[in-house]
Design a protein around this ligand. Structure first.
Ligand SMILES: [Cu+2]
Length: 118
């Protein structure tokens, strides 16, 4: 009898832990790693959901880069060989272009990536 009770208790406790883990995952925004390197962002396209906050973890592998999109309200500088976190919570679906707006060399004009909000 005692054994059966403790097994039932353990099963209940495990279920509670699983639920707590799910709630925690839903509360913390997803982090997306993006690397900037002359003259591209990698990945070149990311997908976000409307109204769902995300953290963009931006890393420069070489020199200082920009990370700019007026319609997304993003205007950041990624220092040389450093990382920054940018919180973003897009409100409108669409396809947004992010450009590097710090001159970083001869291919700078084509350094861009796409954020798809759906
Ligand atoms: Cu650039």
């Amino acid at each position: 009898m005692t054994n059966r009770l403790s097994i039932a208790f353990l099963a209940g406790a495990t279920a509670c832990l699983a639920l707590a883990a799910t709630i925690h995952a839903a509360a913390s925004p997803a982090t997306i790693d993006i690397t900037a390197q002359r003259f591209a962002f990698s990945p070149s396209e990311v997908h976000l959901k409307v109204g769902q906050p995300a953290v963009l973890h931006l890393t420069s592998a070489d020199v200082k880069h920009g990370f700019f999109s007026r319609p997304l309200g993003v205007d950041e500088t990624i220092p040389a060989r450093q990382s920054i976190d940018v919180k973003i919570a897009p409100t409108q679906p669409g396809k947004y272009t992010i450009i590097c707006d710090h001159f970083c060399g001869s291919g700078h004009g084509n350094m861009k990536m796409t954020v798809v909000v759906e």
